[in-house]
Design a protein around this ligand. Structure first.
Ligand SMILES: [Mg+2]
Length: 234
């Protein structure tokens, strides 16, 4: 049993993340409030993000570019260095926020440690993700951290190859149906969905139908669900 990997998503599964992006978005809307209505700014920022993610990947640096692109569009000729400095300040604050480990995570990891090989499977900017991982105080529980540029079927399969396991052996725990559940199910693996109260629009997706998907009310239910999965496999 000790050799079996259990993978955890990081953002909004182990620690809070989306709330800080929402906070940054609110500050950005405030910064541009003299130029356009709130909804228009939010919509234009979301569009800029969707355009930039495939080119620059996930993370706050891409958000900086998205905010600058959006501000240029909204402010036109009135875009100036003060606005850019305002954006820069918002992003610096976002990238240096304290890591808030979600309630119940530490106890859950303590109870699983030694029974499974625990790993983190996350996506985004390498420096940012490793920084949060180290600052979380959870590093000691984990055997491996995988930072993918995007959490798709191909990258999960590559992660499995690297760790010498079959893709069907992946047991992934996370809050995002699109990133943590759907690609793992497509590979024949197992997924446990732990919903988070706020989810980024970009990550929204209908839950696929599969007997290999389990719903957890919160992270503390994970050990019990893993016992159940083991029982089913016997
Ligand atoms: Mg997540």
């Amino acid at each position: 049993m000790q050799n079996r990997y259990i993978f955890f998503d990081a953002d909004d599964t182990l620690w809070e993340n989306e709330c800080f992006f929402r906070e940054a978005e609110d500050r950005f809307v405030e910064l541009l409030s003299g130029f356009a209505p709130d909804d228009e700014i939010r919509c234009s920022l979301a569009e800029a993000q969707e355009e930039n993610i495939p080119v620059f990947g996930y993370g706050s640096k891409t958000y900086l570019i998205g905010m600058a692109d959006c501000a240029v569009k909204i402010c036109g000729e009135k875009f100036n260095s003060t606005i850019y400095k305002g954006i820069n300040k918002i992003i610096r604050r976002l990238s240096h926020h304290e890591v808030h480990v979600i309630d119940g995570v530490r106890e859950t990891l303590e109870s699983l440690y030694g029974r499974y090989r625990l790993a983190v499977a996350t996506k985004g900017d390498l420096r940012e993700q490793l920084g949060k991982f180290r600052a979380s105080g959870l590093e000691g529980f984990f055997h491996h951290i995988e930072v993918m540029e995007n959490k798709d079927k191909r990258n999960y399969a590559a992660m499995a190859r690297k760790l010498d396991i079959a893709p069907e052996e992946i047991i992934m725990i996370g809050n995002s149906v699109k990133s943590d559940i759907a690609p793992v199910i497509k590979l024949g693996g197992t997924a446990i969905h732990v919903p988070h109260e706020i989810i980024w629009e970009h990550e929204k997706m209908d839950m696929p139908e599969s007997v290999n998907i389990f719903e957890a009310g919160n992270i503390k239910e994970i050990p019990k669900i893993l016992d159940f999965i083991d029982l089913l496999a016997q």
